[in-house]
Design a protein around this ligand. Structure first.
Ligand code: UDP
Ligand code: MG
Length: 321
């Protein structure tokens, strides 16, 4: 981390750009970004802070090439793949600009939209999040995202705006607050909502990924969804007692039924081993699922107690400000 200040007294904007195996996208992306950023440079000093998240396809070499050609490019190389959320965290930790714009580097977040984000910031907003009107993703991704946002809005105790990713502008004071959030299972967009301040949305159309393939396969999406729900809500824990109560009530009804049958028709015993076996399995299944919820929280507590560093930086190329 560097504490150097910007070379001039002009206000500064830093683009925070996580990169994981984007070798075939970086050049095109950077060209588009530079073109949009040109509209800001009459008023601001602009920096492009790329974080190479342990890419294995030569992205780092491409980024070094960018730095050699463009002094506004700074590169943080993480020591391995830590995941998108931690790559962005590394960038937030290194950034000292007046505003930070977090953006994917696969051209799904169109660079020109960043101008709208800056305009809303200049109008007084502290957080400007880009909200997807449409998304050119697969039907599966759209469906899972839809369910996820529904569950999240219902379960989480804070209001996380729908259809937003991590594409957003953050004012300096928001970045400073976010740096205090050191949880290991990170869900940045939840943390940004949690921080508060004036937040506004700017609508945009999300494009297709330019090249390569997603760095968010289903396993990572499920993990992120878990971080969102477990990290911002204790509703699943309350669910345990609710399910427990529902089952107690059911068994009470069962007792009443058995008693009535026994007293009214003493010649007919209450039928059933099948009923017994099914109920046993049902209760066993529910109990183990509930243990799973407890386990999810316990696992998170364990990781927090270990308190390892969130990421390790192997190399810094250029001077982040
Ligand atoms: N990314 C990263 N580390 C990872 C996975 C992804 O830094 O482990 C970056 C990736 O290069 C991209 C952004 O995070 O700039 C979003 O990832 P991706 O496009 O793969 O996700 P999707 O848009 O499919 O949800
Ligand atoms: Mg993408």
């Amino acid at each position: 981390m560097s504490d150097t200040t910007a070379p001039s007294t002009r206000r500064t904007i830093s683009f925070l750009l996580p990169v994981y195996d984007e070798a075939e996208n970086i050049e095109v992306f950077h060209a588009a970004l530079v073109e949009s950023a040109a509209h800001l440079e009459d008023r601001y000093d602009v920096q492009f802070l790329y974080v190479d998240d342990g890419s294995s396809d030569g992205s780092l070499a491409v980024l070094k090439g960018l730095h050699d050609r463009d002094p506004r490019v700074v590169v943080l190389a993480l020591s391995r793949n830590f995941g998108h959320q931690k790559a962005v965290t590394a960038a937030l930790d290194a950034c000292h600009a007046d505003a930070a714009i977090i953006m994917d580097t696969d051209l799904q977040d169109p660079p020109r939209v960043s101008l709208d984000l800056v305009a809303a910031w200049e109008a007084g907003a502290d957080v400007v999040y880009a909200q997807r009107l449409t998304r050119d993703d697969s039907a599966f991704k759209r469906a899972t995202a839809h369910v996820f946002y529904r569950v999240l809005t219902r379960a989480a105790s804070i209001d996380i705006p729908r259809n937003t990713g991590d594409f957003r502008l953050l004012d300096r004071k928001v970045v400073d607050e976010l740096r205090l959030y050191r949880e290991h299972n990170r869900f940045l967009r939840g943390m940004v909502s949690h921080v508060g301040f004036t937040q506004v949305a700017v609508p945009f159309h999300r494009d297709k990924r330019h090249g390569g393939s997603t760095g968010y396969p289903i396993s990572k999406m499920v993990k992120l969804a878990g971080d969102g729900i477990f990290g911002f809500s204790t509703a699943p824990l309350q669910l345990i007692s609710r399910v427990g109560m529902a089952f107690s009530l059911l068994s009470l009804l069962g007792i009443v039924y058995a008693l009535v049958v026994r007293l009214a028709y003493p010649e007919n015993a209450v039928p059933g081993w099948a009923f017994l076996a099914i109920t046993l399995f049902l209760i066993g299944g529910v109990q183990i699922s509930m243990l799973g919820i407890l386990g999810s929280y316990l696992g998170r507590v364990y990781v927090e107690v270990q308190d390892r560093p969130l990421y390790s930086v192997a190399d810094t190329i250029g001077d982040p400000w």
